[in-house]
Write a protein of this length. Structure first.
Length: 134
């Protein structure tokens, strides 16, 4: 566990899309596509998309990983990341009704990798996926 440095400042995180409270309708058991767009700033500097991760949760179920930036897979010794270079400033989520009947509230979270501390700062919004009889 890394101690939090005395001068550490949490990054500023912005979720641009979706707007919290947005409703997505489906007329069947099909999942809906949700465009995600966000950004973060650390000490006034733009955080690259490789240091961002999108996660969704509904009904207390396990997290659904939507997009994970390549920096989350860097070698512990600070070496080069292994695997494809993924940038998550934008992403697409495909979410459905989950275990609910009629509607599911999804909490969509944008996380920022911060190698200085042993925490993952994040911001979240809630969206609703609901069944609409067609």
């Amino acid at each position: 566990v890394l101690p939090v440095p005395e001068n550490w400042v949490a990054p500023t995180i912005q979720i641009i899309e979706p707007v919290g409270g947005t409703r997505f309708a489906t007329d069947s058991s099909q999942k809906v596509t949700i465009d995600l767009r966000g950004r973060a700033f650390r000490n006034g500097q733009h955080v690259p998309g490789t240091e961002l991760r999108w996660v969704a949760t509904a009904d207390g179920a396990a997290d659904v990983l939507i997009c994970e930036g390549a920096a989350f897979h860097a070698n512990p010794d600070g070496g080069i990341a292994v695997g494809p270079v993924t940038s998550c400033g934008t992403a697409t989520a495909t979410l459905g009704l989950g275990n609910a009947v009629g509607a599911t509230v999804w909490t969509i979270r944008l996380e920022v990798l911060d190698a200085q501390v042993d925490i993952t700062p994040s911001k979240s919004v809630d969206v609703l996926v609901e069944y609409i009889a067609g």
